[in-house]
Design a protein around this ligand. Structure first.
Ligand code: FHN
Length: 575
């Protein structure tokens, strides 16, 4: 089970990213958190005027997260607001959306009631809303709240409290009122934000979540007013940390960030089924069921909860590829609910090359996405006694043999995977299984040692993030700014002696010369090209003469020291 003690993070900037900082908050009562703690999987929906545009304005495409089109394409506000007259999501079917979430195995839905564009997707006293300003004239939030209740799903609203691009005074909104006087954030807050949050909190029945976003430099008093409003009107609702100022019941990680190592407390990763949150006509980069499940199981394995987004189009339809892969993933979850619901983190504390692991008390479930070609699955050292091992096949549990391989455990599996996209193995232990978070080098599949797990000295180790396309975030921990004595040292567990093909994953300029050394005195030195994006460059064969604990040290022998950043070392067994 995840712990309910919470270390909360705050959102710093009104940009499409959250930068986490530690904060303190009282742990919420456990009954409020039960759905979140045990459900582990929810649906996020980005739906607004931007859905009608679908990433295109006057024949030009904005290749970034679709809901930012107004700001990124600098569309005149009056023109953008006039889009409401055409917005008619007549095919929006709240029951079908709730059914999809259920089929997908999700336990709640959180939908954008107002995004940064400032358009309310609910009946509001403020006229820029879907009921009063569009030919659609319905309140889809009401329909979805009811459909979720009927379907037994939790329900909550996203609300952009700080950014409002069409309301004078809203962050990144008009700086003048219609009469030409200077616009004030306090007036936007008093006349639009606060009343609208009261509306969403009082017109839609009991809510399980209020998901504020991008607090930026919003004043603390106003954030607290919103917090108190939610607490007073929706005592059962959880607030995510993006409300700001260290408040909230759980931490929201950076967008699309599945952390590489276990994290304590209540937290969530929000992610999307393609690259954009809102519908974008060109974005066909759909996560298939394997990718959805891998990211879900990795998030749960790290101790978190996974919130996965879909973006309905301007007619209100969820794109068919997203729906198809969500359902397929849901079919798998129905076969292996124990891997997801009520599941706790992996004892190893990091992802395995073959998949990932989650726990139910003394049972460890392995979700094996890359079934070993030789039927031998290697588990890095565990500190708890293994009692039994079974393949899970529906209600049937088929015993499997295992043997100690040094401090590792080798499971003997059938040659073919019993299921797709992952087979599941249940291991019973004498206690809740424990292990050290030491990365392993596997004898029959490639393993990646991330800089997250290295001791770095004489170089700067830091978490960085960047946008591939606008709003499409990638996260990595890198070692950069290398001094002459700089090094990254990994403690590793090697399952088997032998030769391993080593690649370094880095980015930078010029042609760096690297050294890679082990505690056994083996030393590789080689020079390779560099590229501006992270890339795996081959460095040669490295030999371990015995299995067990070793160290691997990587140093930049020569190169443009402040322009080279290392993110990982990859070991592939030579055959
Ligand atoms: O700027 C928004 C973005 O459009 C999207 O809503 C994401 C979802 O987490 N939140 C903000 C950026 O972090």
């Amino acid at each position: 089970m995840k712990r309910t003690s919470v270390a909360l993070f705050a959102i710093l900037l009104a940009l499409p990213i959250c930068l986490p900082i530690h904060a303190r908050a009282a742990a919420p009562p456990s009954d409020r958190t039960a759905l979140f703690r045990d459900g582990n999987y929810g649906m996020f929906i980005h739906f607004g005027l931007y859905s009608h545009l679908g990433g295109r304005w006057q024949g030009r495409t904005f290749y970034g997260i679709g809901e930012w089109i107004l700001r990124q394409m600098k569309i005149p506000l009056a023109d953008y607001m006039a889009v409401a007259k055409e917005f008619n999501p007549s095919e929006f079917d709240a029951r079908a959306v709730a059914l999809l979430a259920r089929q997908a195995g999700m336990k709640w839905i959180i939908i954008t009631s107002k995004h940064h564009e400032g358009f309310a997707m609910f009946r509001s006293a403020h006229p820029f809303n879907i009921v009063d300003a569009t030919p659609f004239g319905r309140d889809p939030m009401k329909e979805l709240a009811e459909a979720c209740r009927e379907a037994g799903l939790g329900f909550g609203f996203y609300y952009s409290h700080n950014q409002d691009w069409t309301a004078p005074g809203g962050t990144n909104g008009p700086t003048q009122n219609p009469d030409g006087s200077p616009a004030a954030f306090s007036r936007y807050f008093r006349e639009k934000c606060f009343p609208q949050v009261r509306e969403i909190c009082t017109q839609y029945g009991p809510l399980q979540f209020i998901w504020f976003d991008t607090p930026g430099s919003m004043p603390r008093e106003q954030v607290i007013e919103l917090e108190q409003l939610v607490r007073g009107t929706q005592p059962g609702a959880l607030l995510c940390s993006r409300i700001g100022h260290g408040l909230g019941d759980y931490v929201s990680q950076g967008d699309m960030e599945v952390p590489p190592r276990n994290r304590e407390g209540l937290w969530e990763t929000c992610d999307t089924t393609n690259d954009s949150w809102a519908f974008a006509w060109y974005d066909q980069n759909w996560k298939d069921s394997r990718e959805i499940l891998l990211r879900l199981v990795r998030t749960v394995g790290r101790g978190g909860t996974y919130l996965l987004n879909v973006g309905p189009d301007g007619k209100g339809r969820i794109p068919p590829p997203a729906a198809r892969y969500l359902r397929q993933a849901g079919d798998w979850i129905r076969r292996y609910p124990q891997v997801v619901y009520g599941a706790g983190p992996s004892p190893w504390g990091y992802a395995m090359p073959w998949g990932d692991a989650t726990t139910q008390g003394r049972t460890l479930h392995l979700a094996v996405f890359d079934w070993p070609h030789d039927g031998r699955l290697f588990l890095p050292p565990l500190q708890s006694a293994l009692r039994s091992a079974h393949l899970v096949a529906g209600r049937k549990r088929i015993p499997i043999r295992w043997a100690a391989a040094g401090a590792w455990t080798e499971l003997r599996l059938p040659a073919a995977p019993p299921d797709r996209p992952a087979g599941v193995i249940a291991l019973e232990f004498a206690e809740i299984p424990r292990a050290e978070a030491v990365p392993g080098i596997h004898p029959n599949m490639p393993a990646t040692l991330l800089v997250d797990f290295a001791e770095v000295s004489g170089a700067e180790k830091k978490e960085i993030r960047w946008m591939e396309k606008f709003g499409e975030w990638k996260h990595v921990t890198q070692a950069g700014a290398w001094s002459e004595s700089g090094r990254a040292v990994w403690a590793v567990e090697v399952a088997a002696a032998g030769d391993y093909y080593v690649e370094l994953v880095y980015r930078g300029e010029g042609r760096p010369t690297w050294t890679i050394a082990t505690d056994e005195g083996v030393r590789l030195e080689n020079n390779q090209n560099a590229s501006s994006v992270y890339h795996a460059f081959p460095f040669g064969l490295l030999h371990f003469s015995r299995p067990g604990r070793h160290t691997v040290t990587v140093a930049l022998a020569d190169g443009i020291r402040d322009r080279i950043s290392l993110s990982a070392v990859r070991f592939t067994p030579a055959e």
